[in-house]
Design a protein. Structure first.
Length: 134
């Protein structure tokens, strides 16, 4: 059996579609792991940026990740690593962290956080993750 047959895309309408037909999957499930592409705070129904500050954006991002994970047979509790991208680390980290902590309450995953100059769709936060899958 080839390794390619053990790798498949995860697709759900509970998270935004790839932006402007960009060549990436919402996630790839492979060999018991789920690799989620970075999610920005787009409403999956409208494909529009959610209103509000970094708190509302972080909440939508994590809800989008949750939708992708559930489509892959996983949950937020199965996440082992996240990477957070913020456009204003000094100004937004504490607020992002507070919302993040609402979702990852018990044994939070390993995490890296970076400041970046810009994110897709004018977002202030993007989060990607790796989780244990089925």
């Amino acid at each position: 059996m080839s390794l390619a047959s053990e790798r498949h895309p995860v697709v759900t309408d509970r998270a935004p579609r790839p932006l402007a037909g960009a060549p990436y999957s919402q996630a790839i499930a492979a060999r018991g792991l789920v690799f989620c592409s970075g999610q920005v705070p787009l409403d999956p129904e409208t494909q529009q940026l959610v209103e509000g500050g970094v708190e509302e954006q972080t909440r939508r991002v994590i809800q989008n990740l949750q939708g992708v994970l559930e489509a892959a047979g996983s949950t937020l509790g199965d996440v082992v690593k996240t990477t957070v991208f913020l456009t204003d680390l000094a100004g937004d980290f504490a607020a992002m962290n507070a919302v993040y902590g609402e979702f990852f309450t018990s044994t939070p995953p390993a995490r890296s956080t970076f400041e970046v100059s810009a994110l897709p769709a004018g977002a202030r936060v993007e989060i990607e993750c790796i989780a244990v899958g089925e």
